[in-house]
Design a binder for this molecule. Structure first.
Ligand code: SF4
Ligand code: SF4
Ligand code: SF4
Length: 319
């Protein structure tokens, strides 16, 4: 992270949007050519209006879980029942029905008060442990750098959440393939998180949260260009970047006038509320590297079998 000194203007809140600019030219073509796409967030510009949170919910509501009740009792009850179906309006943390929320950090730095709002969601890691270590091949990293969980074959065991440094994916019980396979013994639902609005991107549209933001504080584009833009903004405001190094590098770059360790000391963390600490590259740990190498072919095979089963069930349902 950049460690330059702050100037006075960086503490002014509610300023007009800075250099953020939505979508860079050539983004969709770059994604189609197999280039990685990333997002930059100029968080000093966030006014906590939550239009992005609302837009995310609206755009993705058709993907939200619709669980069957009552839930089968698990044996052994190792994987807990997690039911958010009666709390779908919760918007102050990540849930299966809320893939983005605004985290506020309020405090003092260098003798000045600050209040910064941070849109939090999956960072779409470059080398994502959630995708590399999913035993069923349900979590995948696409060539564009989008990391998403296939809800048709996820069994809800939650390995993706356990290995994510920010514990991002969220489980909903009573939905998904485990109900047809081994309702009492396998998984316990499906894991959900931001999928970067991959269908909208494929159709040449902006992700809903980027489009809805009145401050236009997010910019999406080819990773090298976005990273250069993030560094330029950080230089301009004598600020700091989070997401360029964390977990070996992600496809989300937060730029802030206040150091992220200070922001982290002044946020509420816990279930569904990720931290902002430095994060080492999870996949450089030898046990994870070995698990990924050994598990990848099996995960591929499992994904194929589970997809086949899901397709078969869907066909029977429509007959
Ligand atoms: S932030 Fe977590 S859930 Fe998102 S890609 Fe990285 S490891 Fe996976
Ligand atoms: S990219 Fe799409 S799914 Fe992800 S937080 Fe934004 S609106 Fe939600
Ligand atoms: S819509 Fe933009 S300004 Fe409003 S809360 Fe979301 S990121 Fe912040």
């Amino acid at each position: 992270m950049n460690a330059k000194k702050l100037s006075r203007r960086h503490f002014l809140s509610f300023t007009a949007a800075g250099v953020a600019g939505m979508i860079l030219p050539g983004t969709l073509e770059a994604a189609q050519r197999g280039h990685t796409i990333a997002t930059m967030l100029d968080i000093e510009s966030c006014i906590n209006c939550r239009e992005c949170v609302k837009a995310c919910k609206e755009a993705n509501s058709s993907k939200f879980p619709n669980p069957e009740k009552p839930y089968p009792e698990m044996f052994p009850s190792r994987v807990p029942v997690e039911d958010w179906s009666d709390k779908q309006d919760v918007s102050n943390r990540l849930t299966p029905y809320n893939w983005l929320y605004i985290q506020t950090s309020k405090g003092t730095y260098n003798g000045r008060n600050f209040e910064i709002h941070i849109p939090r969601r999956c960072l779409h890691c470059q080398n994502p442990p959630c995708a590399n270590l999913c035993p069923w091949g349900a979590a995948v990293r696409e060539v564009s750098g989008t990391v998403r969980i296939n809800d048709r074959i996820c069994l809800g065991g939650g390995k993706c959440k356990d290995v994510c440094p920010w514990l991002i994916p969220q489980r909903q019980t009573g939905v998904g393939l485990y109900l047809d396979l081994m309702p009492r013994f396998a998984g316990n639902g499906v894991m959900y998180k931001c999928d970067r609005c991959y269908q909208k991107l494929a159709e040449g549209e902006l992700p809903a949260c980027i489009e809805a933001c009145p401050m236009q504080l997010q910019t999406i584009g080819p990773r090298d260009k976005i990273l250069a833009q993030a560094r330029e903004l950080a230089d301009d405001i004598q600020g700091y970047i989070y997401g360029d190094q964390e977990n070996g590098g992600t496809n989300t770059f937060y730029v802030s006038p206040v150091p992220f360790n200070v922001l982290n000391e002044n946020i509420t963390t816990g279930p569904g509320k990720p931290h902002l600490k430095p994060v080492e590259n999870t996949m450089s740990k030898s046990e994870y590297l070995t698990a990924a190498l050994v598990g990848a072919p099996l995960a591929g095979l499992a994904a194929g079998l589970l997809s086949h089963k899901a397709d078969k069930d869907a066909k029977i349902d429509t007959e």
